[in-house]
Design a protein around this ligand. Structure first.
Ligand code: PGA
Length: 253
């Protein structure tokens, strides 16, 4: 049985004060949520304060990116070891906004993923096709390239610590969610790629989250799909009520 993960990606939202306030509110609301892992990804500036505020709770802290080096002359970047020091246990890697805004490639995703693992972080590795790619019938080709490139050279032991997020780019922030069936089909395809690369055991074990306009009212349908092991949530993770609504939207049994 794979334990679902509900992760909130705050992107470039929330001051330190707002972030701490949010987590203080969230703590009691998710205290009994033992059916899933709860993760929030604040902006860099708020990581430390949010980690402090979340201490003693079941809320894990993720960064939204990490460099692949431990330290160095990389203006504006933050290393995985710095994230661990700030209180992170997880890091989102290769989000489509980073691929678009910062020209991240499958190769940089791969380097970052390995560095995050080496620092002891759990990488949440994002993949997903553009609208034009879906319309051109290239979804599987894109996912294959991203999964194989992003996860190249990982040992099975490394891979066992990874979470994958399938986020069709056309569904992010658009209010246009993939149907549960459409998402499950892509998840099944990704799991098949994992099976080919790492074998049946790890394919059965890896958590694949869906991301793209997940809301309290559509999470139930998505989570009812056996292939979908949780959600990476942007917009609807910014308000405690809607995020909690998603955390409580269980997998139907
Ligand atoms: P959204 O973002 O929920 O606002 O569509 C999801 C994401 O970018 O991870």
């Amino acid at each position: 049985m794979r334990k679902p993960v509900i992760a909130g990606n705050w992107k470039m939202y929330k001051t330190i004060a707002e972030a701490v306030d949010f987590v203080s509110k969230l703590k009691p609301l998710v205290a009994n949520a033992t059916h899933c892992e709860v993760v929030v990804a604040p902006p860099f500036t708020a990581l430390r304060a949010v980690a402090e505020a979340a201490k003693g709770s079941n809320i894990a802290i993720a960064a939204q990116d990490a460099h692949w080096d431990k330290e160095g002359a990389h203006t504006g970047d933050v290393s995985p070891t710095m994230l661990v020091e700030a209180g992170c246990t997880h890091v989102i890697i290769g989000h489509s906004e980073r691929r678009q805004d910062h020209h991240e490639t499958d190769e940089s995703v791969n380097r970052k993923t390995k560095a995050a693992l080496a620092a002891g972080l759990t990488p949440i590795v994002c993949v997903g096709e553009l609208l034009a790619e879906r319309e051109a019938g290239k979804t599987e080709q894109v996912l294959e390239r991203q999964v194989q490139g992003g996860l190249a050279g990982l040992t099975p032991q490394d891979f066992s610590r990874i979470i994958i997020a399938y986020e069709p780019v056309w569904a992010i922030g658009t209010g246009r969610t993939a149907t549960p069936e459409m998402a499950a089909q892509s998840h099944g395809f990704i799991r098949g790629l994992v099976r080919r690369q790492f074998g049946e055991g790890l394919a059965a074990q890896v958590r694949i989250l869906y991301g793209g306009s997940v809301k309290p009212d559509n999470v139930g349908g998505l989570m009812a799909q056996e292939e979908i092991d949780g959600a990476l949530v942007g917009g609807a993770s910014l308000k405690a009520e809607s995020f909690v609504g998603i955390v409580k939207g269980r997998r139907a049994s």
